[in-house]
Each structure stands twice: as C-alpha cells, then as structure tokens.
Design a protein around this ligand. Sequence first.
Ligand SMILES: NC(=O)c1ccc[n+]([C@@H]2O[C@H](COP(=O)([O-])OP(=O)(O)OC[C@H]3O[C@@H](n4cnc5c(N)ncnc54)[C@H](O)[C@@H]3O)[C@@H](O)[C@H]2O)c1
Length: 335
Amino acid sequence: MRLLVCGGAGFIGSTFARQRLREHGDQVTVLDKLTYAGREENLHDLARDPSFRFLRGAVEDRQAVAEAIDAAAPEAIVNFAAETHVDRSIAEPDAFVSTHALGTYVLLEAARERELRYVQVSTDEVYGSIDEGTFTEQSPLAPSSPYSATKAGADLLVQSYFHTYGLPAVICRGSNNYGPYQYPEKLIPLMILNALHGDSLPVYGDGMQVRNWIHCTDFAAAIGHVLAHGQPGEVYNAGGPDEEANMTVVRRIVQLTGAAETQIEHVADRPGHDVRYSLSSQKVRALGWSPKVRFSDGLEQTVAWYRDNAWWWEPIRSGEYRAYYERQYGRSLHP
Ligand SMILES: NC(=O)c1ccc[n+]([C@@H]2O[C@H](COP(=O)([O-])OP(=O)(O)OC[C@H]3O[C@@H](n4cnc5c(N)ncnc54)[C@H](O)[C@@H]3O)[C@@H](O)[C@H]2O)c1
C-alpha cells in the first residue's frame, strides 16, 4: 500500500513506518512537524530506502497536507501526529488543542476530498481511570487531562466524518507503549536513563498507578491490522498482555540496570493522576491480532537498547529536555 504516516518521526509512528516498509513492502511517506519529540534520527535506518520519503510539515497546515498527499498519492492516511505528554498538557495545553482538534480536522477533510481510508491512532486515556475490570470500545469517554480530552475530541470528530460523510475511517486505541526510540520524558525511558546516570528516580505519589503495558511493535502491528481489516466507523482497542504498577516497573529497571534502590525518590503526584488503565482487546483479537511481547522480556530488551544506543539519547539529555526536567521535577540531571 501507499501510506501517508502523519507524526511518523515520533516513537510509535517510526516503529509503524519501519514495520510497514520492512514487513509489508509498503511505500511510506512520513509527514511530521518535528516538535521536540519528533526526530529524523528515529527514521535513520529508513532514510535511504527508495520506498520511503520524509516531509516536514504540520498536520494543521492545509497546504503542507495537500503537498504531502500530492507527493505520496496515498491509499490511506494513518495519523499518529500528536502532543503526547500529559505533564506538558497540564503546563501548556495550547499545542494539544491545535494539533489534535485542528490537525485531525485538516487530515479528515483531505481524506474526504480524495476518498482515502483513514486511521486515527488514539489512546486508552480517553476512557479515564478504572479501578476494577477493563474498558471495552463501548465504555463511555471520560478523559481526565487536557491530553486525553483533546484526543477524545479528535476521536469524536473522526466518528462524525464516518457518520456524516461516509469516510472509511477507523480508530485504534492503544494502552501504554514502551520500547526503543521513546522520548525520555515518559516513565520507562526516563527511569532507565536516570538509573544509568546515577540520577534519582522520581516516582509520582505512591507509585501504585497501574498501566497496561504494550510493546510498540505490538501496537504498530495492531494499527496495521485495523488498517487492513477494520470495519469503517469502528473503534478497536489494543491493550498489552500485562498490567504493572509503576513502582514494580521502576524496581525492575533498578535490577536490570544495576542501579541502587536508594535512587528511588517519591515526588508530589501529578494533578488528576489516573489510577489505573486497562483495555480489553477482544475486538481486534477477533480480526486476528494478538500481542507477541510479554512485559518482562520487552522491558529487558528496552533497557538493553537504551544502554547500547547512547548516540540516540545523548543529544536529547543535553538539550531542551534538561531544562524541561528541571522545570518539571525541580532538580538537575547529571551530565
Ligand atoms: N506513547 C503511548 O504510550 C501511546 C499509547 C497509546 C496511543 N498513543 C498515541 O500514539 C500516537 C503517537 O504517540 P508517540 O508516543 O509516538 O508520540 P511522540 O510524542 O513520540 O510522537 C508524536 C509525533 O507527532 C509529531 N507531531 C506533533 N504535532 C504535530 C503536528 N501538529 N503536525 C505534524 N506532526 C506533529 C511529533 O513531531 C512527533 O514526531 C499519538 O497519537 C498518541 O496519542 C501513544
């Protein structure tokens, strides 16, 4: 297939682009604004592939989207483009509203004009927190943060384009992803890099927040599955095989990196922090997808990847991220 992958220079979008080129022989054009989280380094191994093209541009920019579509002649648009960090959405929500609301709208209009298939990549956070049991696609949307609220808004807009205009659009909602190329503001890479550098490991509150971890290659495969086999107008949840409390994850990272338990430091909790996320994936499993990577194996591989790929994270730790970290956690990182 010929695909336009928006936000494909980020963590999961680059995983998806790699998988589609290598495992499916697709032609992939990435359109990405290259925010602090988007990096061409994430696509370094694809840059010379004749079936791959990178274009810099924002999804809310109609002209950039039109030019990308002219260049790629895609059969489908897959939209990963997003601001993705809940803490940043609490501090500065503006970009979340413009990218998720306006950006999704511009892409939907472009897909409608050209009758393209459309996949919106979304998150379990749109359902809010659940103490017991698990969310299905029928669960009500109850987002808690500006991040999840604007993602939920984008999902509703996508569904309206199916109902109103018959756009063949599907939504795939993933649980918490982890794996290589994840920007280190997120829990797992943050803890790995701090552990490797002898920095403190800042755990929000009591650390008993439970997340349903999915390896990024499994989520990318679910999105590909929904692209190929999903019913237009439908939502598909893709949750990982394991649930773990943040504290358990941090302790395991301490063991895997050889850091000291004394590096763990409890810090003030995030405002409105969701306690537990859990997704039922029965509907996408019925299409033939299942997750392949168990959390214990995936975490070990992820620690090894960060240990072996300092070229990838060194420029991040010495740049804007250092200032962000100081603002967010009130302490500096070791050089
Ligand atoms: N990371 C997770 O745990 C997770 C879980 C479920 C769903 N998701 C969803 O998956 C998608 C990708 O998440 P990620 O973790 O790879 O995020 P990321 O922050 O690593 O990447 C986001 C990418 O979008 C690009 N981008 C941002 N604003 C843009 C704009 N206006 N125009 C064009 N490009 C823009 C960035 O430059 C970056 O390359 C998001 O939609 C997110 O909501 C993420």
